[in-house]
Structure formats: structure tokens, C-alpha cells
Design a binder for this molecule. Structure first.
Ligand SMILES: [Zn+2]
Length: 240
């Protein structure tokens, strides 16, 4: 039997960590994957249960399917042991790659979180300083206009027209500059998170076992699709 496709976002965002669920499994244990595994079709949590009481095969299935049946989702059955092996392999290969080619992994991380490349950031920075320059010109222009008007060097109609024009440009430019600043800050934060994750993952190249703490530290989310292939498993990089 083919197992479902497991799509893993191994990219850690400590501050966005999924809430850990504290519900024990059928054996009273807190599953190490609890809170991390989602159904790829409906987004529900995957519940852990026993498929074969005799063999004690533990499986994960879509919570929505369990509750509402086939009209709402499909089972997405995945054996826990299989998931364990897949995740172990994935972490090890990610770690090996991080050790072997840091630059490549950083680049993949950057792509996966869709943040700006350095080149793009540089372009935005240049544009931002250009906007800032124009904004201070506008400030000076507005003060000058006001002085001219007070001194009677310009009539009311012209003053109003020019003032409106300058203020409109100022507002538009201000908004643009704010957006650019936010984007630059976002990119810097992503970069920092990526570096942090990279230094973490490198420590896991030789792990033999998984534990809950490690999983929550390294993996943001595991998505189980119903497609019958393993193709994604070998992909060493985070995505989503
Ligand atoms: Zn589902």
C-alpha cells in the first residue's frame, strides 16, 4: 500500500510555533508529533489512533474525516512509524546539506519564505533614500510656500494650489516610504530567522531518534496529502 505524500515545512519560526497540544494519545502518552501534523486537503489536525488493536499499529488520520466522514475529507491515513522514519530522514538530510553547503540552504530558505534577495533589498534601500531625499525637499518647499504667503509674495489662489500639490505628493511618498521600510525590516528579520535555523539544524546530522522538543524546534508544520507518492520526502529544503 502506498503511503500519503508527506509535505514538510522544516523551517522553524520560533515565534510562530504552533501551539502544542497537550492531549495524550490512546496510551496516555503525549505524541511527539502532536500539534505539528495537518491534513493537506482540509487543514484539520491529524489525529492519532490505533488501526489494528492486535498489532497496535498507530496511525494518523484526518480529524475532519474521522468526525464527519467521507463527504468532508478523505482519511489521509499515515502510519506513525512511517512518519517517524520520514521525518528522521528529512532532518538528517537537511542537517547534512546545511553542513555541506550553507549558502545553498540559505538561498533555499530565502526562496521558501519568499523574502527579498540581497540585490532586491539593495534596490529598495536605494529607492527609499531617494524618497527620503524628496520628502525633505518637500518639507522645505512647504515651509517656503508658507513664508511666501505670510509675506505676501504669493497670492491665496496660488498658495492653495501649490500647497495642495506639495502635500499630496508628500502623503503619497510617505506611504511608499513606510511600505519600503516595512519590507526591509521584514527581510532582515527573515534573514535572522534563517540563520538561526541553519545553525540549529546543523546539530542534527547524526540523530538516531526524534523527540518532541527537537521537532517543535525545527519543524513548523507537517502536511499530509492524499497523493500516493513519496516524491517530496527527499526534498531537503523547507517549503510551503
Ligand atoms: Zn482532511
Amino acid at each position: 500500500m502506498h503511503e500519503p505524500l508527506v509535505d514538510m515545512d522544516t523551517y522553524n519560526l520560533v515565534q510562530e510555533k504552533v501551539k502544542m497540544r497537550k492531549r495524550p494519545d490512546a496510551w496516555g502518552n503525549y505524541g511527539i508529533f502532536a500539534g505539528l501534523v495537518k491534513c493537506g486537503e482540509c487543514g484539520s489536525t491529524m489525529n492519532q489512533r490505533v488501526a489494528n488493536a492486535k498489532a497496535k499499529t498507530r496511525i494518523l488520520t484526518c480529524a475532519k474525516y474521522n468526525r464527519y466522514g467521507v463527504a468532508h475529507c478523505s482519511q489521509h491515513r499515515l502510519e506513525l512509524d512511517t512518519l517517524y522514519q520520514i521525518v528522521l530522514e528529512q532532518i538528517r538530510s537537511c542537517a547534512a546539506l546545511a553542513l555541506a553547503d550553507e549558502t545553498k540552504v540559505m538561498e533555499e530558505l530565502r526562496k521558501s519564505c519568499q523574502c527579498d534577495s540581497e540585490e532586491e533589498s539593495r534596490r529598495i534601500k536605494a529607492k527609499l533614500s531617494e524618497s527620503e531625499r524628496r520628502l525633505s525637499e518637500l518639507d522645505a518647499l512647504i515651509s517656503k510656500l508658507y513664508e511666501d504667503w505670510v509675506a505676501g509674495r504669493i497670492n491665496e489662489t496660488n498658495f492653495t494650489r501649490m500647497m495642495e500639490k506639495a502635500q499630496t505628493e508628500q502623503e503619497t511618498l510617505q506611504k511608499k516610504a513606510d511600505t519600503m521600510r516595512e519590507r526591509l525590516n521584514g527581510a532582515a528579520k527573515e534573514q535572522e530567522d534563517n540563520s538561526e535555523w541553519l545553525s540549529l539544524i546543523r546539530q542534527y546530522a547524526d540523530i538516531k531518534e526524534l523527540d518532541r522538543e527537537m521537532l517543535h524546534l525545527l519543524i513548523k508544520e507537517i502536511v499530509v496529502h492524499a497523493r500516493q507518492t513519496h516524491e517530496c520526502v527527499s526534498r531537503p529544503n523547507p517549503y510551503n
